[in-house]
Ligand binder design. Structure first.
Ligand SMILES: [Zn+2]
Length: 151
């Protein structure tokens, strides 16, 4: 299970990027959209580039916003699949913040598809990964509307 331990290591490194946390001031959802990234595809090594948007419902603590961007940079420093990147980020955010709920939306352009299939030249892949309170249908929709209004 070499693959699994590589992922455990990179997720642990991403958790360490969050740094100090602060008591949450009140109830709510925090939504950060449009963190740019570039990664290489774990299937074929081709680049994929796009943006990560994150919403979370804090339990006890919140964090500085730079932690999210640093976690994205750490998790894209190894070959990734977009689907796995979303899950790794959800696990890292939960590990750092113990959030009630987390939602990660990723939109990316994959050269492994766009360079090989003419009709997919301008295609983008969107993945939505979630946990906890934001797995609930109406809460998830609210979080996605918040993210759609940003960036
Ligand atoms: Zn690929």
């Amino acid at each position: 299970m070499v693959q699994a331990s590589v992922h455990a290591d990179i997720v642990a490194a991403a958790i360490a990027e969050f740094g100090d946390t602060f008591a949450k001031p009140g109830e709510g959802i925090i939504a950060l959209s449009g963190i740019a990234f570039g990664a290489s595809c774990a299937h074929d090594g081709d680049p994929f580039t796009g943006t990560v948007s994150i919403a979370y419902e804090p339990a006890e603590v919140i964090c500085g916003l730079g932690g999210f961007a640093r976690a994205v940079a750490t998790l894209t420093s190894i070959p990734q699949l977009q689907e796995q990147l979303g899950q790794d980020l959800v696990v890292a955010i939960n590990g750092a913040l113990g959030a009630k709920g987390v939602l990660v939306q990723i939109d990316a352009h994959h050269e492994c598809l766009s360079s090989r299939v003419a009709s997919a030249k301008d295609s983008r892949l969107r993945t939505v990964t979630f946990s906890g309170s934001l797995a609930d249908d109406s809460a998830r929709l609210s979080a996605m509307l918040l993210l759609a209004g940003g960036a």
